[in-house]
Design a protein around this ligand. Sequence first.
Ligand code: ATP
Length: 236
Amino acid sequence: MRLELDSVGLRYGPVTALSDVTLTVATGTTAAVIGANGAGKSSLLRAIAGLEPLAAGRIVADGADLARLDTEARIRLGIALSPEGRRLFPEMSAADNLRAGAFTRRAGPAVRRDLDRVYTLFPRLAERRASLARNLSGGEQQMCAIGRAVMSEPQLLLLDEPSLGLAPKVVGDMARAIATIAASGVTVLLAEQNSRLALSLAQTGHVFEAGRLARSGPAAALLNDGDVLRAYLGEE
Ligand code: ATP
């Protein structure tokens, strides 16, 4: 799925979270969204998922303006969000959380095949499938949240801070899983505080500052850019 944002603005009452954001994510590519706390990364993903109304501009997916589509309609169109904080159903098993991700689909062989795909992607989740979500570790919960999004058969996957709070080894597993999903042809928009991780998984990068797009470019170029290195990659 090709994603286009045209002069997008978003406000929470008096607070401007996004202004004049214009960017394109080409079909089948991964784009990193980086920037400091509060730069607007989550707001961007939530707006695309239909969880926040726009104050200005438009969002277009494969040529269709999303303005009139609510979140469920966007999921049916192929847009799935793995939200910051995971937002699992705590009293449901990992497996049932994953099945909940397929709520727009008819139960059947295709859903069972995708469940197997998620377990192949995250073998640890297969072992923990019967556990209540609230009893999963942070890493397992993150896998479950991403798996739940995958269960809706997305063509555009929005990942909000998938590495947040994870142990370094688990971050590596997560990165490999995201790369596998991306290699299957899904367009991925990856918002991360871990800028290096996000840029290393992406073809393009978008740097946000106070709700505005400060820089866009090839991920490899941003990874080698002195200003970006100093501001977002913790290097002198
Ligand atoms: P973080 O990494 O902390 O999630 P972010 O880059 O994702 O940061 P957003 O969460 O999108 O940034 O926040 C953008 C701006 O909007 C910030 O100034 C934030 O304080 C504000 N904001 C976010 N959500 C709300 C809300 N529900 N009500 C009011 N202001 C909000």
